[in-house]
Ligand binder design. Sequence first.
Ligand SMILES: [Zn+2]
Ligand SMILES: [Zn+2]
Ligand SMILES: [Zn+2]
Length: 166
Amino acid sequence: MAKKNEEVKADGKKEVCPKCGSALGEVVTTKSGKKFQRCSAGSWNAETRQVDGCDYIKWLAVEPQALDEKCPKCGAPLLLVTTRFGKRMKKCSTNTWDPKTRTASGCDYVEWMKGTTEELDETCPTCGAKLVLFTSSSGKKLKKCSTNKWDPETKQATGCTYVQWQ
Ligand SMILES: [Zn+2]
Ligand SMILES: [Zn+2]
Ligand SMILES: [Zn+2]
């Protein structure tokens, strides 16, 4: 049987950059759990905050993670899925997407992850109130003052504006 051209699977062979033909570098995991490979002919310059050399980045799909939770609709285990844009959702493991017919089958339960807020045992350096640790749906963390609230009507933040990104 003839081998298909250019089908390089995970057999140890390095993939090459479609822009410049250099090998791709190691897989890097971001703080929010996304994975990417950078072209080995490029590197991130923290001083200029720009890429020196080739700026090709290949984002990798994040494998769904089995959760210890049951679907409220059908009782099957839930999966934690991270989208290409770093958003996270829980979906029912019986739900599958068929790329041929372009239809989903199985249970359609989906729950998008919202941010969580955790009280901290630290005080705000600006006003002395307690700080809270906010984790966004994409896994970004920031410490902010507990007096800081978001007013959806005026679309403005109220209270103390102290924020510290983690
Ligand atoms: Zn390249
Ligand atoms: Zn279900
Ligand atoms: Zn404060």
